[in-house]
Design a protein around this ligand. Structure first.
Ligand code: ATP
Ligand code: MG
Length: 261
């Protein structure tokens, strides 16, 4: 279980550019929760995930993971327990290393010195063949030459090869074409459900947020303004969500990307 208590993150504090990105935010993430997170641009979604991964440290508040206060633990110190994927397929893999080397680094917690044996190789091939992208035949290929979709799929495997305590997905399919995005989403659903991984996924696709996971959070102004459970969210339509946003914020969802969906 992860408890986020009164988290506040302020950028450029005390200057004219001061921005409160997280505003006294509290949230409990239960083991096995698959949370879809939506909200307008700039509402603090990525900042919240960065505070959870340790990429950013909050000014105030605490993050407690399985009873341990990890608020000040570095990103490196949390990396073996928390996976973090981004929109950019170039992030998260080493482009000049082969697929096998990337997988080996992920499987062996970044330890270069541990050699890959035949058993490891069989395990990697089995993982890759589930993608149906023929990557299992390309273990010696440099990751830099793969398509964006292949890289995101590989990054997802790398982040879940050792089951993390928490998987953070920050619009990880947003830069992909619709067909590839759907494949990566299917792989996400399958991996998260199979391994029962606790997961927070940011998406701008409100229908995806309704369809996937067991919980839907809506953010605005650095706060969580809506927290729906599975039954509640499955009754929702995209129009209902828009109406709820308006009712809770007295403004429209002014997010161009969101309105297109
Ligand atoms: N490194 C930073 N320096 C200054 N301000 C920042 C920084 N990162 C984020 N912000 C600001 O904090 C607020 C929250 O940003 P954040 O990226 O968390 O929003 P978001 O909900 O992920 O938006 P989007 O949907 O556009 O990805 C925004 O106003 C943003 O401009
Ligand atoms: Mg963001």
């Amino acid at each position: 279980m992860i408890e986020i208590r009164n988290l506040t993150k302020i950028f450029n504090e005390g200057t004219v550019n001061e921005k409160i990105a997280l505003d006294d935010l509290s949230l409990t993430i239960n083991d096995g929760d698959f949370i879809c997170m939506i909200g307008a641009n700039g509402s603090g979604k990525s900042t919240l995930l960065s505070c959870l991964s340790g990429a950013m440290i909050s000014e105030k508040g605490n993050i407690i993971m399985d009873g341990k206060d990890i608020t000040l633990v570095s990103q490196h110190g949390r990396a073996s327990e928390i996976g973090h994927l981004f929109q950019d397929p170039m992030a998260g893999t080493a482009p000049h290393m082969t697929i096998e080397e990337n997988l080996a680094l992920a499987a062996k917690n970044g330890n270069w010195l541990t050699k890959v044996n035949e058993k490891d190789r069989r395990f990697f091939k089995e993982k890759l063949s589930s993608l149906q992208m023929d990557l299992e035949k390309k273990l010696d290929m440099e990751v830099g030459v793969l398509s964006g979709g292949m890289r995101q799929a590989l990054t997802l495997i790398m982040n879940t090869i050792k089951t993390p305590k928490l998987l953070l997905l920050d619009e990880h399919t947003a830069a992909l074409d619709p067909e590839t995005a759907q494949k990566v989403l299917d792989l996400t659903k399958q991996t998260v459900e199979e391994k029962n991984i606790t997961c927070v996924m940011i998406t701008h696709n409100m229908q995806t947020a309704i369809d996937m996971g067991n919980r839907l959070l809506m953010m605005n102004g650095g706060k969580i303004i809506l927290d729906l459970n599975k039954e509640e969210k499955e009754k929702m339509s995209v129009d209902d969500l828009r109406a709820l946003f308006k009712a809770n914020t007295s403004s429209q969802l002014d997010d161009d990307r969101m309105l297109l969906l």
